[in-house]
Design a protein around this ligand. Structure first.
Ligand code: DHB
Length: 388
């Protein structure tokens, strides 16, 4: 197969890039190892920044984002049993939207297929080669076991945190700045009415909890746990007791739990985002811990930059934007790394925390919620910085 841009990974980054490139008249082939059903059913985060929502809506990438998604005008930070609202429109003039990632993917896949996008599921990429020439190639295996070779002008790795394209770009599958955390999230989906109109980020002596939502009848909640926790080792009653103890001041609406998972926390930034005729976007380029909901939004910001750079390269033969892609993207990536690290450390209970550490943390939370400057920083970062 011959195309202009070979995109590895049909996640939000890869699919959105194919959509934006098509609007510039640039054709692409998108391949993913997973089936369409797996992609559309995997539960990920739920919060979209203001710039992300505007882009998905205005470019037609997600026709349902504003009609099925819900606008949220604030979040609550809770500590010492008291809630403190961060009012996004009052502080920044902007809001966020709750619209789960798999819903974005359902829209993107439908829109791309309707536009005739060459989108191939169940394709395993074995290696990418010749990225330092102007005819880079992807070597892959079709679902029936036959070989697939894609020759392109450019290769994009949107293939997630275990990216294969990254190995070609950095020369190593692990090459990057890396940080681990001594906790994880125990996440549940349950059938119950919402416990709160807005999201609650709660710091408590029993650890962190996040009360989020999916719909009028389905809720998403998380509580801090040990990274080694087996999600099936806890009874529903134990899960509710733990969650409730982490949100003092609110009585949670309980209901049957129909999905549970343990999410590991990592911060990662690849040493290189581009080499020759290949570049990385989204989780292939970086990972953030989930507190603050930056993951998918950061992927979208990468794609906005790479779309422009590939437009200049392939439509005008101008490589200058591509040469600046990594430098420009990394500015936002490191701001989001800091915000995700900061929200995580400010809200979670570290296993070895001393009394000093605990009281300092409350002092930090208080200095954010009691200061308009503090609340404004949080609101600006949460609702999303304008695209570069
Ligand atoms: C959700 C996840 C997050 O990491 C977050 O900060 C807010 C909401 C969610 O899954 O709903």
């Amino acid at each position: 197969v011959r195309t202009q841009v070979a995109i590895v990974g049909a996640g939000p980054a890869g699919l959105l890039l194919s959509h934006l490139l098509a609007a510039r008249g640039i054709e692409s082939v998108v391949v993913d190892q997973r089936t369409r059903e797996e992609i559309e059913k995997t539960i990920r985060a739920g919060i979209l920044e203001h710039p992300t929502v505007e882009l998905l809506d205005q470019t037609g990438a997600s026709p349902r984002v504003k009609t099925v998604g819900n606008r949220h005008d604030g979040i609550e930070l809770r500590f010492e049993g008291e809630g403190h609202r961060i009012d996004f429109p009052a502080l920044t003039g902007r809001s966020v939207w709750l619209f789960p990632q798999h819903e974005v993917l359902i829209d993107l896949i439908e829109v791309r297929l309707a536009a005739g996008q060459d989108l191939r599921f169940g394709v395993t990429v074995d290696r990418v080669d010749d990225i330092e020439t102007d005819r880079p190639r992807v070597f892959a295996t079709n679902p029936d076991g036959s070989p697939l070779e894609i020759e392109a002008d450019f290769i994009v790795g949107g293939d997630g945190s275990r990216s294969l394209v990254r190995a070609a770009v950095t020369g190593s599958s692990t090459g990057g700045h890396f940080r681990e955390y001594p906790f994880a999230w125990f996440g549940i989906l349950c059938e119950a009415p919402p416990s709160s109109e807005e999201l609650i980020y709660s710091n408590s002596p029993h650890g962190f909890a996040l009360i989020s939502q999916r719909s009028a009848t389905v809720q998403r909640m998380y509580f801090q746990c040990d990274p080694e926790t087996d999600p099936n080792a806890m009874s529903e009653a134990e899960i509710w007791d733990t969650l409730q103890s982490c949100v003092p001041g609110t009585t949670l609406q309980e209901g049957p739990i129909f999905q549970r998972d343990v999410l590991r926390f990592r911060s990662f930034v690849s040493y290189e985002l581009r080499r020759g005729r290949a570049a990385l976007v989204g989780d292939a380029a970086h990972t953030v811990p989930p507190t603050g909901a930056k993951g998918m939004n950061l992927a979208v910001a990468d794609v906005v930059l790479l779309d422009r750079a590939l437009g200049a390269l392939l439509n005008e033969g101008d490589e200058r934007l591509l040469d600046r892609y990594a430098e420009t993207a990394l500015k936002r990536i490191w701001k989001a790394q800091h915000f995700s690290w900061w929200m995580t450390n400010m809200l979670h209970l570290t296993p070895e925390a001393s009394e000093f550490d605990r009281r300092r943390q409350i002092g930090e939370l208080r200095s954010v919620v009691e200061s308009e400057a503090g609340r404004t920083y949080l609101a600006e970062a949460y609702t999303g910085w304008a695209f570069a």
